[in-house]
Write a protein of this length. Structure first.
Length: 75
């Protein structure tokens, strides 16, 4: 497992599972992840990537998670 860390944020990536944070629903790829909020609650986030292409889904997931980490929203 790869963990990207900053002072207060972490992002876990499982190299043995190339579809980590992704799942398909009726052929369309979705992203899902959990945010741990400052008030010690969690927020489960899920939304459609609006693609049926696995490669595009991986690129979108990587872009989204990198963006969250850069903004300091990954946890």
């Amino acid at each position: 497992m790869i963990v990207k860390k900053s002072k207060t944020h972490s992002l876990r990536i499982d190299p043995d599972n190339p579809d980590h944070h992704l799942y398909r629903n009726n052929g369309t790829w979705w992203i899902h992840y959990t945010r741990h909020l400052p008030d010690y609650t969690i927020q489960r986030v899920r939304y459609s990537l609006r693609t049926k292409d696995r490669v595009v889904a991986h690129e979108l997931r990587d872009s989204i998670l990198d963006g969250l980490f850069e903004k300091g929203e990954a946890a």
